[in-house]
Design a protein around this ligand. Structure first.
Ligand code: SF4
Ligand code: SF4
Length: 314
């Protein structure tokens, strides 16, 4: 049994966690949204753009690697979803379609956003970033108003999908103690209790064998009557070597990111100009959106084909 980290566990057990961080993050998010829509139209002078794309975006992979999916516990979109649910929530069960194909919706959403960023320059446009925030907020409000728990975060959020993959590599692991859970009749971790609601991400700690969906919100730590939950530190990426049920749709997201990062970097280099000319004559068009789309599709297809080849060879 891995050693329980009592310091982190006591933070997660604290009744003010994660609310005490959620509130300031939500206030900063509201300020960013205001700035994106009503601040300077030039990205270099817009504080909202700087906070989002210069500070938060590069920091987020480091947060995922250090603390797993903890960001999702304090994410302002999730906070909006929780409040909407409290006020007008229908709490309907998650549709079967979402349970089955949600991860593909996440994959498609992620591809579309990164593609649209390059073609329409979302990062370079505060208003464009604002519209993107608004689209996400609309999805969050709809999911929170109709469906139970954090349906958006678990089944639809593209950042949650990426966070899940990173979280498997994270340095923290939350697990239940099988011997204690075996005698349990309440399942308070999943169902909720007096101290906190049930797991917002539909996880049952006693069956968890990966960290992809746990956001370390601490609800299960607070609710468990048997002190079954342990939080241990581990070597980052260790979990990747012990995935018992690999899923193509989850590997797909991880592997296309390689292609996307490659294409985003190559298009910033001088060599891209020559490559673009060659592609233009090959395709018979000088429309940069078309040449980029083709490059983007090929760059994603190559690692996917390599994944198939490696699986076949293995
Ligand atoms: S984690 Fe706690 S509440 Fe959940 S099944 Fe185990 S003992 Fe029961
Ligand atoms: S298992 Fe669920 S309730 Fe427990 S910390 Fe993770 S997300 Fe929160």
């Amino acid at each position: 049994m891995p050693k329980d980290n009592t310091v982190i566990k006591s933070i997660l057990r604290n009744r003010f966690f994660p609310g005490i961080i959620q509130i300031p993050v939500a206030i900063i998010f509201a300020f960013i949204t205001y700035e994106l829509f009503f601040g300077p139209a030039d990205a270099h002078s817009n504080f909202g753009t700087a906070l989002t794309w210069v500070l938060w975006w590069p920091l987020i992979p480091l947060i995922f690697l250090s603390f797993g999916r903890l960001w999702c516990a304090i994410c302002p979109f999730a906070t909006v979803s929780d409040y909407i649910q409290k006020i007008v929530g229908n709490n309907r069960p998650v549709p079967k379609f979402l349970k089955k194909y949600g991860i593909w919706i996440i994959d498609i959403f992620f591809i579309l956003i990164t593609w649209a960023d390059h073609v329409f320059g979302i990062v370079e446009s505060p208003r464009g970033s604002g519209v993107m925030m608004l689209i996400i907020t609309t999805g969050v409000i709809t999911a929170g108003a109709f469906y139970e728990r954090r349906t958006w975060c678990r089944y639809l959020c593209f950042l949650g999908g990426v966070a899940g993959n990173y979280s498997r590599c994270g340095a923290l692991a939350l697990r239940a103690t099988p011997e204690k859970c075996a005698k349990c009749t309440t399942l308070a971790c999943y169902n909720g209790g007096k101290k906190a609601p049930g797991c917002p991400l539909f996880e049952v700690p006693r069956t968890m064998d990966d960290s992809a969906r746990c956001n370390l919100c601490g609800h299960c730590v607070k609710n468990c009557p048997n002190d079954s939950i342990t939080i241990s530190t581990r070597i980052p990426s260790k979990e990747l070597w012990f995935i018992s049920k690999p899923k193509f749709e989850e590997s797909f997201l991880a592997i296309i990111i390689m292609g996307i990062v490659f294409v985003q970097n190559i298009t910033m280099l001088q060599v891209w100009g020559r490559g673009q000319h060659m592609l233009e004559s090959l395709l018979g068009t000088s429309d940069p959106a078309i040449t980029f789309t083709v490059t983007f599709a090929v760059a994603m297809a190559i690692p996917v084909l390599m994944l198939f080849a490696a699986s076949w060879a293995g």
